[in-house]
Design a protein around this ligand. Structure first.
Ligand code: ZN
Length: 165
């Protein structure tokens, strides 16, 4: 088994992406294989680490890698979820200021749209967290989705997303 406390980038460790309360509850071994670790590092380098540096606020991972067994336990998760490849993470931003959780999320989302250091495959703004995925410069689709009401999500252009926020 791989050591799970590998440093991916200066502000992120592998453990943050493999830790799961659901996995613990059901006794699922959510250790990441080498290929997944590689993908998670790429994800950090191109999305989360630059965001962390620009915002200078802690970025909290709520769900990173999901092995097949774990993914099946998460009912709302797609069967082809990029989480299963270590290509996606869900997160929120934490701060001691008076800004609300939602304001911070929107701020982080905007930053990811405008920063030239950040590239992504899919970026989704949910009511309480952001989902980001990264594949490779060639394969990234640059899809942006912003939550509407009732769990429906619409794909929008970068320009439109910025005016929505
Ligand atoms: Zn996700």
């Amino acid at each position: 088994m791989l050591m799970q406390n590998i440093i991916l980038t200066p502000h992120f460790t592998l453990q943050e992406f493999t830790e799961s309360a659901t996995a613990r509850k059901y006794g699922i071994d959510n250790s990441a294989p080498a290929e997944v670790v590689k993908n998670l590092r790429r994800l950090c380098e191109n999305t989360l680490e630059p965001l962390r540096e620009v915002l200078d606020m802690p970025v909290i991972i709520t769900s990173g890698y999901r092995c097949k067994a774990l993914n099946l336990r998460i009912s709302c998760s797609s069967r082809k979820s990029q989480h299963m490849l270590g290509q996606a993470a869900d997160f929120f931003v934490s701060s001691r200021t008076v800004q609300s959780h939602r304001e911070l999320l929107v701020k982080a989302f905007r930053m990811m749209l405008i920063s030239d250091r950040i590239d992504f495959d899919q970026l989704i703004l949910y009511p309480t967290f952001i989902h980001v995925s990264y594949v490779s410069p060639k394969a990234n689709r640059h899809r942006i989705l912003v939550g509407k009401g009732g769990g429906l999500y619409g794909s929008v252009t970068r320009e439109r997303a910025l005016t929505l926020l």
